[in-house]
Design a binder for this molecule. Structure first.
Ligand SMILES: *Cc1c(COP(=O)(O)O)cnc(C)c1O
Length: 433
């Protein structure tokens, strides 16, 4: 290593010789904002440290799971204790019962739960189940919603794909994508038209009830109840992909916050507390079709793994403390309000959209309601802002079309330090307009 070269830079050049694009998941490569990615050495609370021991206030939060903050002592201890009793058994465990019970208590719509290893797996399995239950093939999704990287759902799929300008992915047979109908979000008329065009062919409507993967886009009033009604009228299932929103915007997710009960729900991220874990669940009559109780095959060597269930149980237990979501909301509001005030003062068009502890600062002067309006954002301005924040020790998701996550380890001093950095970064940006 050269004297002048940082450890991070050396590791990054090595990574690019080892892995496609140097990473194991595309958005980590920072292509949308430029510069080398931050090579993380360790994390604690609201902070991550890079390989050169620079400290950052973190709003990536491992892309959602770290709602308690990094290396939460109770979670770490629970995982260590579980590890000492063996890493995997491939047999039923008490911890699986406990995690399933905790999920069902928070989200009563999940009458039966199946644990898997990722959000992608949860959604892929839920869609297979919906098709089996209804005997129909087509699925409606919405542009800007990301549901993992399985073939049928990688159509107009939001942040990661958009950031790299891949409208779809090569390698997906047209026949597989042909049964996926992609519609604009927050547009009920589009949904009604699709049901008119394909009566009795649509198995399910799947959505992020609050979009996180195009940046944070809440549903317009009455959108979710209307989707529920349309699905019921046409015999289609309503699937909420709450991989990001579950245990994030409320303990019971979007379905609790907006009081709409989906037929099936997909979870991951927070329920694994930072260890790979996903889940899908819902109405008992539908879930009864899943093998071995029914004919719809779905399995997993590592599903319900002891480390994942340990981290998940410890995380969900901490989230059951009273006042937790009110505190997240208060701290996130301070950040969102502060950003808007600074942007207004320095004259940068900025629209901060927030639901609970997830938010996005969109570089636009209009409300973002769907993928079409999200795309109008000034991504070049975001890239400059991102670099400015990074230089000032703030680690933001490296794309305009991602959610920032506030954790329970973020307190007012962290938010105020972030706002001070934003004052500098937005001021710098304003001078470049
Ligand atoms: C992250 C995410 C997924 C994919 O989950 P993985 O664990 O990365 O496979 C699916 N849906 C939503 C809404 C997500 O945010």
């Amino acid at each position: 290593m050269l004297e002048t070269e940082t450890r991070s830079a050396a590791l990054w050049s090595q990574a690019q010789r080892l892995m496609p694009g140097g990473v194991n998941s595309p958005v980590r490569a920072f292509r949308a904002v430029g510069g080398d990615p931050i090579f993380v050495a360790r994390a604690a609370g609201a902070f991550v440290w890079d390989e050169d021991d620079r400290r950052y206030i973190d709003y990536v939060g491992a892309w959602g799971p770290m709602i308690l903050g990094h290396a939460h002592p109770q979670v770490v201890e629970t995982v260590q204790e579980a590890a000492s009793r063996g890493l995997a058994y491939g047999a039923p465990t008490l911890a699986e019962n406990q995690l399933a019970t905790m999920i069902r208590e928070a989200m009563p719509a999940l009458e039966l739960v199946r644990l898997v290893n990722s959000g992608t797996e949860a959604v892929m399995s839920a869609v297979r189940l919906a098709r089996a239950f209804t005997g129909r093939a087509k699925v409606i999704k919405f542009a800007g919603c990301y549901h993992g990287h399985s073939d049928a759902l990688l159509v107009k799929a939001g942040s990661g794909v958009a950031t790299l300008s891949l409208p779809d992915s090569p390698g997906i047979p047209t026949a597989v994508a042909a049964d996926t109908i992609s519609l604009p979000f927050n547009d009920l008329q589009a949904v009604l038209s699709a049901f008119t065009t394909y009566p009795d062919e649509i198995a399910a409507v799947i959505l992020e009830p609050v979009i996180g993967n195009a940046g944070v886009i809440p549903p317009v009033p009455d959108y979710l109840p209307q989707l529920r009604e349309i699905c019921d009228r046409h015999g289609a299932l309503l699937i909420f992909d709450e991989v990001m929103t579950g245990f994030r915007i409320a303990r019971g997710g979007a379905q609790a916050l907006f009081a709409v009960k989906p037929d099936l729900t997909c979870l991951a991220k927070i329920i694994g507390g930072g260890v790979p874990c996903g889940a899908y669940g819902g109405r008992a009559d539908i879930m009864a079709l899943v093998a071995p109780s029914g004919p719809v095959y779905q399995a997993g060597t590592m599903s319900g793994n002891p480390l994942a269930t340990a981290a998940g149980i410890a995380t969900l237990r901490a989230l059951a403390e009273p006042g937790v979501y009110a505190r997240l909301d208060r701290v996130a509001k301070r950040l969102a309000d502060g950003l808007m005030a600074i942007a207004a003062a320095v004259g940068v068009p900025l629209h901060v959209q927030r639901v609970g502890s997830m938010l996005t600062a969109f570089f636009t002067d209009q409300t973002v309601i769907d993928w079409q309006t999200a795309k109008k954002c000034d991504t070049a301005a975001f890239a400059i802002f991102h670099r400015g924040m990074r230089e000032r020790g703030i680690y933001l998701p490296p794309s305009q079309f991602e959610a920032w996550f506030v954790s329970l380890a973020h307190f007012e001093p962290e938010v105020d330090a972030t706002l001070e950095a934003a004052n500098g970064a937005l001021g710098e940006l304003a001078r470049q307009y």
